[in-house]
Design a protein around this ligand. Sequence first.
Ligand code: ATP
Length: 503
Amino acid sequence: QDDQFKKVISHAKEYGYVFQSSEIYDGLSAVYDYGQNGVELKKNIRDYWWKSMVQMHDNIVGLDAAIFMHPTTWKASGHVDAFSDPLIDNKDSKKRYRADVLVEDYCLKIETKIEKEVKKAQKRFGDAFNKEEFLSTNPRVLGYQEKIDTILSRLGKSLEKEDLADVKLLIEELGIGCPLSGSKNWTDVKQFNLMFGTKLGASAESAMDLYLRPETAQGIFVNFLNVQKTGRMKIPFGIAQTGKAFRNEIVARQFIFRMREFEQMEMQFFIKPGTQGEWYKHWKEARMKWHLSLGMGEDNYRFHDHEKLAHYADAAADIEFKFPFGFKELEGIHSRTDFDLKAHEEHSGKKLQYFDHEDNASYTPYVLETSIGLDRMFLAVFSNSLVEEELENNTTRTVLKLPAVLAPVKAAVFPLVKKDGLPEVAKQIIDDLKYDFNVFYDEKDAVGKRYRRQDANGTPFCITVDHDTLEDKMVTIRHRDTMEQKRVLITDLAAIIDKEVNF
Ligand code: ATP
């Protein structure tokens, strides 16, 4: 698993997808830059989301609100008071941890140990191995299991809102986080606000304390009436937005899974109070369908229904994806009630109500939210696509099997050789295709090598111009995944590519 994840990270760099930010200065932790291919993949994911949410829905419109917002916004939303993570410092190692992550990692490590024991026993006993029996009788496994049970019974399944003093005790008791030194010298668990502060204004006296937005949702809420009135929107309707959000994550790791500057794709759907149950169900299904439409494997997704809910929600679920380090949250679907609109009414003194002509009455709408991290989706797509394939001749090839609709480059065009007029024909093909698709010209090295480069880059089609092309106006088109090659007319290329890459 670790190895696969390392491969993902180095491949992302080698092929111009993701670079560490400010790398020449040794980088900035949990901040990343997208390279020439990464920017295209990211844009394609964003477009795929936008099209399905905005273009395909008559009753959903877009918005692009500013990153800076009036500071009262974050009072109203609850972020000033409640947007924090539990933090704990080890006094000996002087290292800082997120208490919940520390405990979660510990559980994962124990689970891995159990798996190892199972594998060992399986090898030893062969066909006679009975897993159920082994798990319920092996003393070592039982010892591990007891530790997990202790944690679960003390903290519950969700580690989000536990009693902080209890977490500290648990960490000390089990020696969590310090397997080597056994250090039990911890500070108390403190709440640490995740918002980045900054200042607006020139002079120290008049400057206003601002925050970089930690989510895009609030820009939608404060514009609810502007959009509703100017767009003559009728409930139910949605407002969608993509854009940067910032969080001062304590434990920032796992590459672009948890970043300090990231991009969200959020949609707030405004509904009549009382209908939230059906809309919650609707959006859970609709969002899962969207994910499955990319063909990345049904088994890689699952729902996680929240038992403990955030202060604004009456129901919440995550769509989890199987990342190289296990199933983790990719998208959240939250039934936010009228919490946000009511809070903004209260703090601004302005009404944020909707007049329902059918009922001849005004009300504060309820809100259903779908919220997905663009970078996290990028990681899901990228890590799931990277495969090493055994070929028939006992060699391997590295292929990035990106869904064709998301691939940065749709087709690469090669002249078989750098002479005899073949480059000119290839360049003409590029000129014809580039109005509709992102295409790439390559004439360096043998064709086999060029194919491999494009496989690793995720390009769905390679098109080769050879000497026969000059006579029959046909080229060889090779498919990335099947490696199948076909001879087709140059004039048919656009339609063939379009069929697979358009959405
Ligand atoms: P997590 O539990 O992983 O911190 P969250 O529950 O705080 O996430 P939300 O506030 O619901 O996340 O944000 C919605 C989505 O934004 C998440 O599902 C995730 O895809 C993305 N996201 C949140 N925080 C980050 C981050 N630090 N880096 C990248 N993406 C993020």
